[in-house]
Design a protein around this ligand. Sequence first.
Ligand SMILES: *Cc1c(COP(=O)(O)O)cnc(C)c1O
Length: 367
Amino acid sequence: MDRDQILLTPGPLTTTLRTKKAMLKDWGSWDADFNQITKRIRSQLLSIIHGHDDYVVVPMQGSGTFSVEAAVNSVLPPNGHLLVLDNGAYCKRMATLTNKMGRKATLLSFNEREPVSPDALKKALISDASITHVGLIHCETGAGVLNPLKEISDICKEFNVGLIIDAMSSFGALPIAARDIQFDALISASGKCLESVPGMGFIFIRKAILESMQGNSQSLSLDLYDQYQYMEKTGQWRFTPPTHVVAALAEALNQFEEEGGQPARLARYKDNCKTLVNGLAKIGLEPFLDEENITPIIVTFLAPKYDQYDFKSFYNAVKEEGFILYPGKLTEIETFRVGCIGAINHKEMRQVVASMKYVLEQMAVVK
Ligand SMILES: *Cc1c(COP(=O)(O)O)cnc(C)c1O
C-alpha cells in the first residue's frame, strides 16, 4: 500500500503532512524571503531555552553528528582536553570525533544502564587539571538513559571548565532552560523532538565565549565562528543551505508552538512511552533499564526469549504491519529499541503493541 510506515526510531521520525508539504517550494538561498525564515527559526529556537540574553544559535548543514563535530572543533582550542562522561555509544562517538579533530579526549566510563555520576566528574576534575572541557550526552540514545544536566553544569561552573552538551534526542521534549544551567555549546538537530525532517543541526553558544572561538576550527565548513559571523553580517548561510529542510523546520516549529511547546510535547511522549511499556509488558517484553531510568524518548527492550527469535525476521515482520523499529545498540545483550518521539500518539503505540503481539505469536508457532 502506498502509505508511509510509522517510524518508531530516534530520527528520522514520523512527521506531519503539514511539515512535509512545506518542502514543496523552491527557495533562493540569497533571497530575503528565505533569510527571513532562517532568522525566525533562530529566534524561535532561542526562545525554547529562554536563551536570548546570554546565548546565540548557529544553524549547521548536515546530520546531527556534523553539528557535534562543529561544536567540539569550534569551541575547543587546539590544545584543549575534553573529558567525555561516557555511558553509551554516542558518548564514545563524541570522543572519537574530538580525536579526529586533533584534540585530546578522555573517556570517563560508567555503566550504560545508569546515569553518569557528578561525584566521579568532580574527582576527575580535581585529579586532572589539564581538562579544559566536559562533554555530556543529555539523553544517551544508545540505551535511553537520561543524564543529570543541572548537576554536571554546576560542577563545570564551579571548576571553571567548559561544557559541551549533545542534547540531540532531548531538545524540545525535556526541559532545558538557559537560566538554570550554563554551558558553552548545546547541540540538537531538525529531525528529532522538533519532529521535522533530518538535514540540519543547530548549536547554542554562550555569548561570553564567542570571541575566544575565532581561529579554533581545523575545518573550513564546520567552523561555527565563521558561520555565525557570516550569518550576522549577511543574514545568509555561509555555504548552500538545505533550503527545503529549513522550510520544513520552520513549519514544524510553528506546530511545536501550537501544541503548547516543550511541556505539551513531553506530556505526549510520556503517554506514548507508558502505552508502549505497559502494552509490551503484557506480552512478556521487558525494558532493559530499571523503571526510574527509562526516558520517554526511546526505550530499549530485551529480545523475546524464543529460540526462533532473531531481530531481522522480527523487524521485517513488524515492518510488514507498518511499523519501523530500531535495532539495539548494546554490545553484550540482545535488545531492540522503540522510539516514543515523532508525530505520533498513544494510538500508534497501541497499534504497534498489537502488531508485535501478532508477529511474536506467528514466530513462536513456526517452529
Ligand atoms: C541522533 C543523535 C545524534 C546524531 O546522529 P546523526 O545520525 O548524525 O543525526 C547524536 N547524538 C545523539 C544522542 C543522538 O540521539
